[in-house]
Structures are given as C-alpha cells and as structure tokens.
Design a protein around this ligand. Structure first.
Ligand code: UDX
Length: 452
C-alpha cells in the first residue's frame, strides 16, 4: 500500500474516560499517527483529554442527556460501565454516521479502535459496516483471571473462597484466590455478565494489547487461542512513539527539581494511580512507614485520595516536622519522567497496569500494594513471576512498609531486585527495536488496518 493511501486512512479512537485507559489509547493514537494514519478521538465530555497536547489529532465530543460523571467504588464498577455504554450509544451512532457522510470517497471507510470496556462501540460500528479493533489496556493475565470466573463458579470454587483465600487458583498458578480481580466483590452475577460481554468481541477484527511478549507470552498465547481474531501485543506503548502528556490532572513539575537534588537510586516514589482511595488510617500508615524508613520519598497524594477530606490536610504536623525536606508531596506528577529519573530507586505502587509497565520499562523495582480489580493480579506477577517487586502481604501497615522500603532501597536483597528489574528493562527495549516482537506486531497491525 502506498504511503498516500496510508495517510488517507482515518482511525477513530474511542477511549474509556478514565486516566489509566485514556493514556494507552492516546499512546496508540500517536504510534499509529507516526505510521501515517489520521487520528480522530471520540471522547466523553467528562474526563475529556487535553486537546492542546495533541495538535495532530481531531477531537470530537460525545454527548449524553445525563451529565453525571459519577465515578464509583469498586463494587459499582460494572454498573458504571454499563451506564457509560448505554449513555453514549446514541451519540456514537450519530458521530460515526456523520464521519462516514463527510468522508471523501477516495479515503475509504474509517476504522474504529475502541477500549474493550466501551463494548457498545462494536454494535454501532457494525451497524454502519465500519471495521473495528479492540484495545485491551490491562495485563493479559488479568483478562485470563476475569475469564476464569464462569469455570471457577461451575467447579464450585467461588463464591465460597473465604478461608481458601491463600489457596492457588486451579489453572491460574501462581494466582491465589485473594489475587482474583473481583475477589471481594459482592455481586457475582453482574461480573459474570460483564465477563461474557467482554468475551464476545462480535465482529471486531483484532485485539491490541499494551503488553510485551517477554512479560506475558504464555497469557497472550492463551488469549490468542480464546479469540478467533489476530492479537497484537505492542507494548510498552509509551516507548513506541513520542507521546505528549494525556494527564487529566495538572502535572506538578517541581518534583523534578526536587529529584535533581537527590542522590542516585535513593528516592522511593509513591503513587496509587488515578482511582484508588484510602481511609485516614491507611494514609497515616503510609505516612509513618515513609517517615520511619528514613529514605527520601516523592509521594503523589491526589486531593481526592482520602474518603471525605482533603488528603494533604489529613497529614499530621508531627509527620510533616519529622520528614521535613526529606519528603516531597505533590497532587499529581509527571510519572514517566519521575520513573526515568536517576534518583528514583523504587516505586511503592498500587500496581495499575500502566504504572507496572512504566516501572518495568525504566528498570525500577517495586513495592506492591494492590487496592482493587486487576491490580492484585499484576502485584502477584511482579512479586512472584518477574520477581521485580516485594508484595505487602498485610495491607497498608507502617512497620511492614518501613521494612519493605529498607529491604528494597538499602539492603543487599534490594540489589537483586534492582538487577532483575534492569534485565527486564533490557528485554522490553529489545521488543520495540527492529525485529523485536512489539516492532513486528505493530507492522502486522498496520497491514491489518489497511486490509479491513
Ligand atoms: C486502573 C487499573 O488499575 C489499571 O490496571 C487499568 O489498566 C486502568 O485503570 P489507574 O489507577 O489509573 O488504573 O492506574 P494505572 O494503570 O497505573 O494508570 C495511571 C496512569 O496515570 C499512569 O499512566 C501514570 O503514569 C499516570 N500518572 C499517575 C501520572 O501521570 N501522574 C501521577 O501522579 C500518577
């Protein structure tokens, strides 16, 4: 296919309006734009991406009668998704129809790329005979864990896991029942419904994963067998093409100036991503774990991190006096830049998939404290399969936090974690270089897009 033909092909991206989903979708947009495609982003008005950061993309808002954006706690996630999919279906139909009508004849039909969680897009695209491709933004292993639910229920393992929480899940070793994404979720029927919906990819032509063969080869192969269409793993996406920030919060760059003053590998970076919330006790445990470990730390504390109060106000004066200049606390950081900084020697994380893959790409070992959903699966893989992190087994507890930080940052064992993380970083780099697995997958994806 000639270059001119490539340039003409329009891709319409439909991200799920959450930070951890917008980032990989816009990264994929940048990667495909660098291959000559034109990119349009159909986005909700709540959590709308910052359009100025992506001058090469066209942004089109989706409208809904119901303006509520209410995010929710973990148990309501399925309800949130179902309402999101319902609310924007009519607007998607209207927008896709308009795009098709306005399309010049020589341009060909646009191809739709949608976040797996925006599953209603497939039906709309199909009704207009538009080809569609799915983007999976979580780890391949977490998808397999979701898909195992019906089987585990049939075999009688759930819902009665309770006392067996530490037992290994049949067919998913080394995951334990307590690592399953919806282990403590109360409404299993809704989960099974969602799982069935995600499993049915309808007429979509392919699935793209923000993952790397060197990390998840076996899980990716299993997914390839489950879905009939080609699967492409083209991670780490943030490394595949120059990408602008797609932060929904304003990034505080003063933390880079603070990091510049710290010695190499001395700082523990702390962030629990964009969704997780803490209670006041958990906040105090983290704070005192950090204060007592004596290492410098950079802590992202979103103002909405703590239920019912402004997070920073909840920190005691005693804590602030104890840590002084040793701690830098910001609302939101430029995380990729932070993880790439020479001063950062460890990442105390909730194990969201983006954070996990970003940390691995920079060779930064982790302390894992998963809060919800897929994070538990990722945490288990970080600590027990790739062995580049230490998992906190008893939740957020100050002494365990202090011990883990010292082990990772100061003790001899920490050096072994750092070495393994450095090796994994090298493997990830090879995947995106010429003839690496992600490099080749991307070329195959481009060919597929041109053929659908
Ligand atoms: C959740 C899930 O846990 C995750 O696995 C899923 O794929 C998406 O939804 P979230 O809590 O947003 O994710 O965490 P994560 O996946 O780590 O994504 C957070 C993103 O925000 C990362 O790309 C990170 O670089 C960015 N970030 C985080 C910042 O830019 N600044 C910050 O201060 C903190």
């Amino acid at each position: 296919m000639e270059k001119q033909g490539l340039r003409c092909r329009r891709l319409v991206l439909v991200p799920c309006p959450l930070q951890g989903h917008i980032n990989p979708m816009l990264q994929l947009g940048s990667i495909l734009h660098s291959k000559g495609f034109s990119i349009t982003v159909a986005h909700t008005q709540f959590n709308s991406p910052n359009t100025c950061n992506h001058p090469d993309f066209v942004f089109l808002p989706l409208l809904s009668d119901d303006s509520s954006s209410a995010r929710n706690d973990s148990d309501d996630f399925v309800v949130f998704l179902s309402s999101l999919n319902l609310k924007y279906k009519a607007s998607l139909q209207e927008l896709f129809t308009r795009i098709v009508e306005e399309q010049e004849r020589h341009e060909g039909l646009p191809c739709i790329i949608y976040d797996a969680l925006m599953y209603s897009v497939e039906e709309v695209a199909h009704s207009l005979k538009l080809p569609s491709i799915i983007l999976g933004t979580s780890s391949a292993i977490s998808w397999l864990a979701y898909f195992a639910y019906p089987r585990l229920r049939e075999e009688g393992y759930i819902p009665s896991q309770g006392s067996k929480s530490m037992g290994l899940v049949p067919g998913l070793h080394p995951l334990r029942f307590k690592d399953l994404p919806l282990y403590d979720c109360k409404n299993e029927d809704r989960i099974l419904e969602l799982t069935a919906t995600l499993r049915n990819i309808g007429t979509s032509s392919a699935i793209v994963w923000n993952s790397i063969d060197c990390l998840e080869q076996s899980s990716l192969s299993q997914l390839q067998q489950q879905f009939r269409v080609p699967n492409f793993s083209i991670g780490p996406m943030q490394k595949m093409a120059p990408t602008s920030s797609s932060s929904l919060w304003e990034e505080d760059h003063s933390c880079i100036t603070w990091l510049d003053k710290q010695t190499e590998n001395s700082v523990i970076y702390v962030s629990f991503g964009s969704l997780a919330t803490l209670d006041e006790k958990e906040l105090a445990e983290i704070a005192w774990g950090l204060a007592n470990c004596k290492q410098p730390f950079l802590w992202v504390l979103r103002s909405d991190s703590v239920h019912g109060s402004n997070s920073a106000d909840s920190l005691s004066d005693d804590f602030k006096e104890t840590v002084g200049e040793r701690g830098c606390i910001v609302d939101w950081a430029c995380q990729e830049q932070v993880l790439a900084h020479r001063a950062v020697g460890g990442f105390f994380t909730h194990c969201g998939w983006n954070s996990t893959i970003e940390s691995i790409s920079e060779g930064v070992p982790m302390i894992c404290s998963p809060i919800l959903h897929d994070q538990r699966v990722n945490s288990r893989y970080i600590s027990h399969v790739w062995r580049v992190g230490i998992e906190l087994e008893n939740g957020l507890e100050r002494e365990e936090i202090e011990k883990a930080i010292k082990k990772l940052m100061v003790e001899k064992e920490g050096e072994e974690f750092r070495q393994r993380a450095a090796n994994l970083k090298l493997k990830a780099e090879l995947c995106i270089q010429k003839d690496g697995s992600s490099y080749n997958s991307l070329n195959k994806l481009v060919e597929l897009i041109m053929s659908v």
